[in-house]
Design a protein around this ligand. Sequence first.
Ligand code: MG
Length: 379
Amino acid sequence: MQRPTRPPYAADPLRSRGRRLAEPAAPTRSEFQRDRDRIIHSTAFRRLVYKTQVFMNHEGDLFRTRLTHSLEVAQLGRSIARSLGLDEDLVEAVALAHDLGHTPFGHAGQDVLDDCMQAHGGFEHNLQSLRVVDHLEQRYPDFDGLNLCFETREGILKHCSRRNAELLEAMEPGGVATRFLHGGQPSLEAQLCNLADEVAYNAHDVDDGVRSGLIELEQLLDVELVREHWRAALDAHPQLTGRRLLFETIRRMLSAQVYDIIDATRAALDEARPDSPDAVRGADKPLLRFSADMRAKSTALKRFLFANLYRHPQVQATRTRAEQVLRDLFAAYAADSTQLPADFAARENRERACADYIAGMTDRFAIREHTRLTGKTLF
Ligand code: MG
């Protein structure tokens, strides 16, 4: 196969560490393309359309969902990857899969399930994303899960507690959890998805926050990253107002962050000169990065959104009801496993079966199940 030159630090599908169960190569697709395709065809991927990012699906048709968020992460990731010579297919695969383990109702769901599972190993959404692709999808005749490549799984497991890393390591020595025990970085492609995630949600939560009326553009002008691009947008287009001004501000913010990542990462690569993906993994910190200046600006925007949007009384009120729904669901299934689908009810570890079943639900399915099991309608 004729290939464009690949920089030595980029992941290479021909040198993948492979799948847990070996499979013959696909005739026309690289191993990472194949992973991306398996993710898109998975059931968990389709559920993302009805899972909350910040606003619930029924609150408005234009707000981001986990699906559109994941697509935006993939878009940002691919455009940076192409410029740096990284493997775009791997970036896309990780970006599309990174939130597969998210519960219904966003972070509220993760916290409730973790609480319900305290005596049974806890619940972490990153680890759950890996569980989805390793175990929970049931589509293939010869294995559970999607049997993805090491590099894709490595990127999906973005964070992991020490306790869970030890459990994973015991099952898969030297595998995707090793770096959480002994230090080290994931591939540049995985590092990129991590940063593209932050760039994407900072930008789209500004848009959704203003659209929802929960934050005002005037408040946002306290945030340097927004203010500087709002000014630049107005300098270039003095007639701009309203939503077009906001869109142009966000567009400029996104471009500035993308170029910043490309420049800062090129500089870091020039200095470290990693001669293989494993040299990237051995670095003491991520080589894919913002400049120090952009890191500070992005963090300031994140703090603003936390204080003014994610902690907004209206978002909190929804969150409280969502927590109740999930707590009630967990209690109902744990008390009576006949309420679970047969394949979940048959599993030995009932609590984990409850957590897996609930984590897989869409917001609206969770609400329907809650009404069916409790007779209450909280939404
Ligand atoms: Mg995300």
